[in-house]
Design a protein around this ligand. Structure first.
Ligand code: GDP
Length: 397
């Protein structure tokens, strides 16, 4: 009996052991099969992004990454616009020769009419009057036109000049003399006594002042100078953007106001201060050109110049004039000359008018030389002025 009980106990014990073992195997096996995968309750987030600022900017994204595994992470760095490519502009020398065709196209009608009249068999009073009229129409000005006619008349009589080539040579000499071959037309941009050369651009809005400042910066960079631009035309919001774009193309920094209608003198002062610290060769300052009130203009430009001169000498005050505006341009020139000491004239848009005689008229009016001419809207369409090349283009027909 005892043996029977022992057998039954052993049998029950064996049965329980087998059932328990199988159950344990059943419980353990699935876990073994999933080995290598992290268990759900201990899922860790993907590698945290390295940039701490990304976490600070988007805390909620970092938090949700703790709980849910997202297959695609947001871009870490916002896309940057590509840095503008810095151009290498050509040097300024020889540009007028390169742009001679533009001058010939716009001016040679005057030259051919003059040559035609001067080549007539009989040069009577009427013909001389006609010559004078052509010169006046080309904006040479009444007094200089009379002087040119008088000189030519005397020479033709004395020398007995006749053939077209002789007449052309005579007219060429006369026009070059009137324009003035020995005036100093250099744009002075050399550093002096450890300070940058400051160039002030003045003129009425619309004449091409800002464009000219940009073109001039390019030309100076092309000549191996370092340039900083000052956007002191604070009344036209677009002017600073325009100037900055020109500057960026050639790697020149632009100092500009941090708000609209800021004080132009303070922008000019900051530009010169920064230019001095950065040891650039030239600080080119673009100014506003509103002619509504002459007194306002006078105050403003005068102040800009005075404030700049506390830091560095103003080497050049370049007056930008639109060659297509004729007598109106001369009136503007007079007003500006009363306000600041102009050292040079830039005649823009000479590609769009046959009135190149304005070169003679404006120099006479102001007693300062035309130093640069604009011959198109292209970035390198600004050239140092040279009387002989200019006259040759007029007489190219
Ligand atoms: P600002 O108001 O005096 O600064 O004038 P902008 O610099 O804005 O120029 C006015 C317009 O004149 C722009 O369309 C320029 O492209 C144009 N311009 C400037 N210089 C010349 C030039 O020499 N020839 C031609 N054809 N257009 C020019």
């Amino acid at each position: 009996m005892e043996t029977l009980i022992l057998i039954i106990v052993l049998a029950v014990f064996f049965f329980v052991a087998v059932v328990a073992g199988t159950g344990w195997l059943l419980l353990v096996r699935p876990r073994r099969l999933r080995r290598g995968q992290p268990p759900a309750e201990v899922v860790s987030p993907p590698e945290a992004p390295a940039e701490p600022e990304l976490r600070t900017q988007r805390p909620e994204a970092a938090e949700s990454a703790q709980a849910v595994i997202t297959p695609t992470a947001p871009p870490r760095v916002p896309a940057q616009p590509p840095a503008p490519e810095i151009e290498k502009p050509p040097p300024s020398a020889g540009r007028l020769v390169r742009l001679r065709d533009r001058l010939s196209r716009s001016q040679s009608s005057v030259g051919s009419v003059l040559l035609g009249l001067l080549s007539r068999d009989r040069l009577d009073d009427d013909t001389w009057d006609e010559i004078e009229e052509v010169l006046i129409t080309a904006d040479v000005g009444v007094v200089p036109a009379r002087q040119i006619v008088d000189d030519l008349r005397t020479k033709v009589k004395v020398l007995g000049v006749r053939g077209v080539d002789e007449v052309r040579a005579l007219l060429r000499t006369e026009l070059i003399t009137q324009i003035g071959e020995d005036m100093d037309r250099t744009v002075h941009t050399d550093r002096r006594e450890g300070l940058p050369a400051v160039v002030l651009m003045v003129g009425v809005n619309g004449t091409g002042k800002t464009t000219t400042a940009g073109k001039l910066a390019r030309a100076l960079v092309g000549d191996g100078k370092t340039v900083l631009l000052g956007a002191a035309d604070t009344f036209r919001a677009a002017a600073a953007d325009q100037l900055q774009t020109w500057g960026e193309r050639v790697g020149a920094r632009t100092v500009r106001a941090d708000r609209d209608e800021a004080d132009p003198a303070s922008v000019a002062f900051d530009a010169v201060r920064e230019g001095t610290e950065l040891k650039v060769d030239v600080v080119l300052v673009d100014t506003a050109g509103r002619l509504h009130t002459k007194t306002g203009l006078m105050d403003e430009l005068g102040k800009v110049k005075r404030v700049i001169e506390r830091r560095a000498p103003v080497e050049e005050v370049l007056l930008v004039l639109d060659a297509t505006t004729g007598q109106n341009g001369l009136r503007q020139a007079r007003v500006f000359a009363e306000v600041v000491d102009i050292t040079g004239i830039v005649l823009t848009k000479l590609d769009g008018t046959a009135k190149g005689g304005i070169v003679i008229a404006v120099q006479r009016e102001l007693g300062v030389p035309v130093k640069l001419v604009g011959l198109g809207e292209g970035p390198d369409d600004l050239a140092p002025f040279d009387p002989a090349t200019f006259v040759d283009a007029i007489l190219a027909a």
